[in-house]
Ligand binder design. Structure first.
Ligand code: NAP
Length: 282
């Protein structure tokens, strides 16, 4: 067993981010501007409704306005696009978040891509992804940005390290791989068709779990001294990593809950405030 693992406290990182944001919100208020996040929820999925509510409450606590647009389950792609376009044109709205997943009959990619790039605070548009890949996105996807923010907060070096990312979704695995690559890590991105997963994960100085399967990553896959970031959030507040077992050989690890999750929400707020600042400076 290596020396005691550092628990990467997402609540602490998020609190630090929000404290800095408070000053920015006050300065915007002096100019008569209240940052505003519009969230669209299509259908009545209870988990999505809870996430939207949590984000709305987080906005309120920081003096950010949040507008919630609830659309019925049977909303068509065209109707959703029309709602997004209306928000794009509304100067009071600085950020737009389309809660996903949307119902299956909707063209989700078309809906994401209808969001104006300057209001894409959740980093979901194709253009936003491309800018992230090139390394100059204003608003990369929030969970990948949160993972990098946690590493930076704790001064954990990225450059020259081998990062293994498990998952390649457009909002998480792929962008976090690109962001770590842009920070000069050597990155291996794994997915469901990866054949020698455990062996690859064992190469990782930094391991990012973004799979969506409870306790999927096993302790004996982790190289002693590796840093583990668990983006997973599964039923029963369980991450994608077998946390208790991995504590034995990691040098640092994010818990679930209170790891990546709170920093993801703080990142969304940060992006919304920055979008408001940019709108003012135009
Ligand atoms: P997703 O779209 O379902 O993607 C899961 C990824 O895992 C896919 O790329 C999939 O590979 C890969 N995968 C599935 N089974 C695998 C296996 N046996 N071996 C290796 N890879 C496998 O999920 P997501 O949206 O990226 O979310 C991932 C997790 O993060 C979920 O638990 C989600 O709840 C959580 N999440 C957390 C936050 C937060 O704020 N903390 C935000 C977003 C998501 P294929 O591409 O081959 O299918």
């Amino acid at each position: 067993m290596i020396s005691e693992a550092l628990i990467l406290d997402g609540a602490r990182v998020a609190a630090d981010m929000k404290e800095k944001l408070g000053d920015k919100v006050s300065r915007l208020a002096e100019q008569g501007v209240i940052p505003c996040l519009a969230t669209i929820l299509v259908g009545g999925d209870p988990a999505s409704a809870t996430y939207v509510k949590m984000k709305g409450n987080a906005c309120k606590r920081l003096g950010i306005q949040s507008i919630r647009i609830d659309l019925p389950e049977h909303t068509s792609t065209e109707e959703l696009l029309a709602a997004i376009r209306e928000l794009n044109l509304d100067p009071k709205v600085h950020g737009i978040l389309l809660q996903h997943p949307v119902p299956h009959h909707i063209n989700e990619r078309a809906a994401f891509d209808a969001i104006a790039i300057e209001k894409d605070v959740d980093g979901v548009t194709t253009l936003g992804f491309a800018r992230t890949a090139f390394g100059f996105a204003d608003f990369p996807a929030c969970t990948p940005a949160a993972i990098v923010a946690i590493l930076d907060y704790y001064n954990i070096p990225i450059e020259g390290k081998h990062a293994v990312v498990i998952g390649r979704s457009p909002i998480l695995g792929k962008p976090v791989s690109q962001m770590l690559l842009n920070r000069n890590a050597t990155v291996t991105t794994c997915h469901s068709k990866t054949t020698n997963l455990a062996d690859l994960v064992r190469l990782g100085d930094i391991v990012v779990a973004a799979v969506g399967k409870a306790k999927f990553v096993q302790a004996d896959w982790i190289k002693p001294g590796a840093v583990v970031l668990d983006a997973g959030y599964n039923e029963g507040n369980v991450g994608d990593v077998d946390y208790e077992a991995c504590l034995e050989n990691v040098s640092a690890i994010t818990p679930v809950p209170a790891g990546v999750g709170p920093v993801t929400i703080a990142t969304l707020l940060k992006h919304t405030v920055e979008a408001a600042e940019k709108a003012v400076s135009v």
